[in-house]
Design a protein around this ligand. Sequence first.
Ligand SMILES: *[C@@H]1O[C@H](CO)[C@@H](O)[C@H](O)[C@H]1NC(C)=O
Ligand SMILES: *[C@@H]1O[C@H](CO)[C@@H](O)[C@H](O)[C@H]1NC(C)=O
Ligand SMILES: *[C@@H]1O[C@H](CO)[C@@H](O)[C@H](O)[C@H]1NC(C)=O
Ligand SMILES: *[C@@H]1O[C@H](CO)[C@@H](O)[C@H](O)[C@H]1NC(C)=O
Ligand SMILES: *[C@@H]1O[C@H](CO)[C@@H](O)[C@H](O)[C@H]1NC(C)=O
Ligand SMILES: *[C@@H]1O[C@H](CO)[C@@H](O)[C@H](O)[C@H]1NC(C)=O
Ligand SMILES: *[C@@H]1O[C@H](CO)[C@@H](O)[C@H](O)[C@H]1NC(C)=O
Ligand SMILES: *[C@@H]1O[C@H](CO)[C@@H](O)[C@H](O)[C@H]1NC(C)=O
Length: 561
Amino acid sequence: MRYTSATALAALLSLSSTLAKPVSRSDYNQTDIWDFALLKPSPELQWTPCFGRFTCTILEVPLDYSDVDAGTTGIAFIKWTNKNASSNAQDILVNPGGPGGSGVSLVLTAVSLLQEMAGLNNIVGFDPRGVNNSGPDLSCFPGRKNTINLYDPDFGKAVDVNSSTSLADTWARAGSVGEWCSAVHGANSSAKYANTIATATDMLHYAELAAEEKGEKKEDAKLWYYGASYGTVLGSTFATLFPDRIGRMILDGVVDGEDYYQGKWAANLPDSDAAIESFFKYCYEGGEKACAFWDESPEAIEARFTAVIEDLSVNPITVTDPNFVQRPAIVTITDFKTALVSVPYSPSAYFPFLAQVLAGLENRNGSLLATFSGEGARIDECSTDDESNAQQIEPRYYIACNDANDRFNLSTIEAWTEHVDTLVDESKYLGEAWAAGTAINCRSLKVYSPESQIFTGVPSSNHTSTPILFIGNTLDPVTPLRAAKKMSGLFAGSRLLTQNSVGHCSVAATSSCTIGYMRKYFDDASLPDEGTICEAEQVPFKSDVTEAHLAIAGLRKRHHV
Ligand SMILES: *[C@@H]1O[C@H](CO)[C@@H](O)[C@H](O)[C@H]1NC(C)=O
Ligand SMILES: *[C@@H]1O[C@H](CO)[C@@H](O)[C@H](O)[C@H]1NC(C)=O
Ligand SMILES: *[C@@H]1O[C@H](CO)[C@@H](O)[C@H](O)[C@H]1NC(C)=O
Ligand SMILES: *[C@@H]1O[C@H](CO)[C@@H](O)[C@H](O)[C@H]1NC(C)=O
Ligand SMILES: *[C@@H]1O[C@H](CO)[C@@H](O)[C@H](O)[C@H]1NC(C)=O
Ligand SMILES: *[C@@H]1O[C@H](CO)[C@@H](O)[C@H](O)[C@H]1NC(C)=O
Ligand SMILES: *[C@@H]1O[C@H](CO)[C@@H](O)[C@H](O)[C@H]1NC(C)=O
Ligand SMILES: *[C@@H]1O[C@H](CO)[C@@H](O)[C@H](O)[C@H]1NC(C)=O
């Protein structure tokens, strides 16, 4: 999984002129902490200045709130304090999705975007259990970070339903990873405490300590929260467990919680193909200058797109241009389909790039696709162990698999084949990649959360202390609007705001209308009228892409929700 889309895009789209200057240590107070490893876990919120304009803390929490003998772990928090706010400003906790996404990274890269929605409140990012700067350590290579580079390069890559061996290979490969990791994290490993119930309880714990800091009673403490994608599972789980502890909750890019807890990941793709197909229309409307794959009608673009896929399906392309690869490489239909998953997440960021990739492939030039998929990267780059940029793939699997608790059984190749067929029927473009990156990877991971941390049933509540604001895009490739409608229906009093755009979560396209409703909700808990639809200002091929949008797109690597 040498996936470098965010860096590749930033360089290849030449966005440097629209990018804000990244946070640089030399611009700021040198006495700040720039590394969570320098902080000691504490049972109180001990804030230390960090990363130039934030404060950080590592909160010591029990691994199991109902069995304190199980020991403790540290959860990393980073806070941006709104200097204009009054002393009773609230801390809004944020989660970028995954599972396995880093809230610390979200705040470091996208705080300006978050500020717009937060109004006169503070923003707090945190790394959920097992993620980035938080414990417990889930690495299947004990003590090592950047494990993304230690797996079989084909692990997690799309299957190919036209290949006679691909499904069996993927099934076996997932089994080898599960067996390896189960042996490393035997029955007594603290990896079992990395799950959504435990993280939801950590959020309540944080809210209680923050209330006490302000001299309020911890029993009255309420959570203020913005969760995107998987972050909506975390939020709806919190709302199910602690319905009377909700101050504000916005759930954006809504996951079907029933499907998630069944471990299927089978309710994500109903709108995927329509989201991909919107490329044909946006490319056409964007015009010849903006879209490198432009043609005289959307249908003509689609026909060329299909021809590229058909050609690549039978003829891999060699890539040897030293400006793009450091060793001889090939790109295949599998590389293309694997890369294609992330494209409709953020059409403004990725559609122009897809157009360039396609224009290359049409001329049997796979250089850009290789850069995007990481084929041909230098071998020493593949084995780097740079702790400062921890890219671990375990958190996503452990959290998702612990939550699924073996409910979805893919222990036979027949069950697996049937599952792939279901997903490919739903999406001919994304089904093969989605299948390889999700449920199958739990099939032989034998780590189980304690009883108190196993979620049963469907996230829902008839009496939340503040109504939840759900947000869904008309065409979201992995969290369809129908899931948002379903989840909104399961939380009494909640409201669904629809944003008329393509992409994953409302932040995929800037909409001052949506931002305005979020801000108003955080301000006084008021909801948009039923049936409200917001338009978006940002249109693919017609608008600039900001650093924050790229950062958010980059945080959601393939198969994350
Ligand atoms: C830098 O931060 C330290 C610790 O917060 C503070 O004592 C010091 O005054 C700051 N220096 C400047 C120049 O802001
Ligand atoms: C704080 O208020 C000042 C003056 O109204 C304004 O210029 C500034 O943008 C505000 N900052 C934030 C973070 O809201
Ligand atoms: C791959 O299989 C699908 C479904 O069986 C079929 O529609 C498609 O034409 C095949 N593609 C190739 C290149 O053989
Ligand atoms: C797990 O820990 C328990 C209690 O400490 C011990 O009895 C048991 O043998 C351990 N099991 C394994 C597989 O290490
Ligand atoms: C292949 O595409 C890349 C990226 O667009 C370009 O720089 C390169 O010159 C192309 N190679 C050939 C042989 O045209
Ligand atoms: C992990 O957190 C650090 C800050 O401690 C951040 O710089 C980095 O981008 C994060 N890594 C990931 C993979 O999110
Ligand atoms: C999964 O299915 C297999 C074969 O049907 C069965 O032997 C096994 O016990 C099942 N596993 C679980 C956890 O239900
Ligand atoms: C909410 O109320 C409905 C209708 O009375 C009921 O069927 C459902 O079980 C309730 N849900 C919860 C979580 O209590």
